[in-house]
Structure formats: structure tokens, C-alpha cells
Design a protein around this ligand. Structure first.
Ligand SMILES: Cc1cc2nc3c(=O)[nH]c(=O)nc-3n(C[C@H](O)[C@H](O)[C@H](O)COP(=O)(O)O)c2cc1C
Length: 151
């Protein structure tokens, strides 16, 4: 069994987080844009799914894929321009979690922040983008769930 990193990204920031996650997972980890999500997820022990939000709604590709993301464990990661300490963050995350099929173990969640003033601009080569926190999230989630028996 292996891991899959799946991501939805328009301006490049969720993809950047996805690449950072991929870099700390085992070498056989698969990496796919959400548009190329497989028909089923039977090959995967855990799926890291990267999503984003548009006017308080989950992006449309993730809206279509999450309801059929029938994997044993799913870890969600996102980037939002809402204040990280606001309740909008938990509401957004909850809206994504609630789309997952019944029985999926939500193994972890992680949110990064982008300033609203930057959000419409594609990620540039010179944009400072800290991926250390999302790497910690991925390592913690992956290795914790290899040994944990309960959610
Ligand atoms: C038009 C627009 C609307 C957005 N609406 C929200 C929102 O309602 N809540 C939020 O937290 N982030 C919102 N964002 C921020 C996106 O989640 C953020 O830009 C993210 O980086 C998009 O992912 P991507 O860079 O991989 O395409 C919005 C961004 C854009 C461009």
C-alpha cells in the first residue's frame, strides 16, 4: 500500500504545498492533479488531498472528487486567504470533510495562508512561500497513522 498526493490548484500555491508533501513521503508515493484522480483509491493506504476555496466555497474540482474519495485515510490540506484564527477556517475545512464518503478516517488537516491581495496573482518564482509547516504536517500525519489504530 502506498500514499497518493492529489491537488487542485489554479494559481499554483496548493500545487507547491503538494510538492512539499510529496518530498517527505516514501519514494513510491503517487502525485496527481485532482483532474486526474483515479476511478478508485484501492491502491492507496492514505490520500493527501489539497483543495482551495472560492468565495467561501470549496473549489469545483474538489467538490466533484471528494465525495468519491473512498480511501481508508484522507488528510486534507488547503490554502486560504481568510484569517487563520477566524472561524471561516474551520467552516471551510468542515465543508470539505463533510463531502468525504462515510467511513473515511480523516487523518489530519492543515491550512496555509495567502494574503488576499496576492491571491489572484499566480505564484511567482520570487514569492516567499514557506513549506516547512506543511512538511511537518505530512510527516506527522503519515507516520502517526502508520501506528495509530484509532482516529
Ligand atoms: C477569486 C478568489 C476567491 C477566493 N475566495 C476565498 C475564500 O472565500 N476563502 C478563502 O479562505 N480563500 C479564498 N481564496 C484564496 C484561495 O484559496 C487561494 O488563492 C489559493 O492559493 C488558491 O489555490 P491555488 O493557488 O493553488 O490556485 C480566494 C481566491 C480567489 C482568487
Amino acid at each position: 500500500m502506498k500514499a497518493l498526493v492529489l491537488y487542485s490548484s489554479q494559481t499554483g500555491r496548493v500545487k507547491k504545498l503538494a510538492e512539499a508533501i510529496r518530498s517527505v513521503l516514501p519514494a513510491n508515493t503517487d502525485f496527481l492533479p485532482m483532474e486526474q484522480a483515479p476511478e478508485n483509491f484501492d491502491d492507496y493506504d492514505i490520500v493527501f488531498a489539497g483543495v482551495w476555496f472560492l468565495n467561501l466555497k470549496l473549489d469545483s474540482i474538489s467538490q466533484a472528487v471528494l465525495p468519491r474519495l473512498k480511501a481508508g485515510k484522507v488528510a486534507l490540506f488547503a490554502i486560504m486567504h481568510r484569517d487563520l484564527f477566524s472561524d471561516d477556517i474551520s467552516k471551510n475545512l468542515r465543508s470539505a470533510v463533510e463531502l468525504l464518503p462515510a467511513g473515511v478516517w480523516v487523518a489530519g488537516t492543515h491550512v496555509d495562508y495567502v494574503a488576499e491581495s496576492m491571491a489572484k496573482t499566480p505564484l511567482g518564482d520570487n514569492e516567499l512561500f514557506n513549506v516547512e509547516s506543511v512538511k511537518d504536517f505530512a510527516e506527522n500525519t503519515y507516520y502517526r497513522t502508520q501506528t495509530d489504530k484509532v482516529a
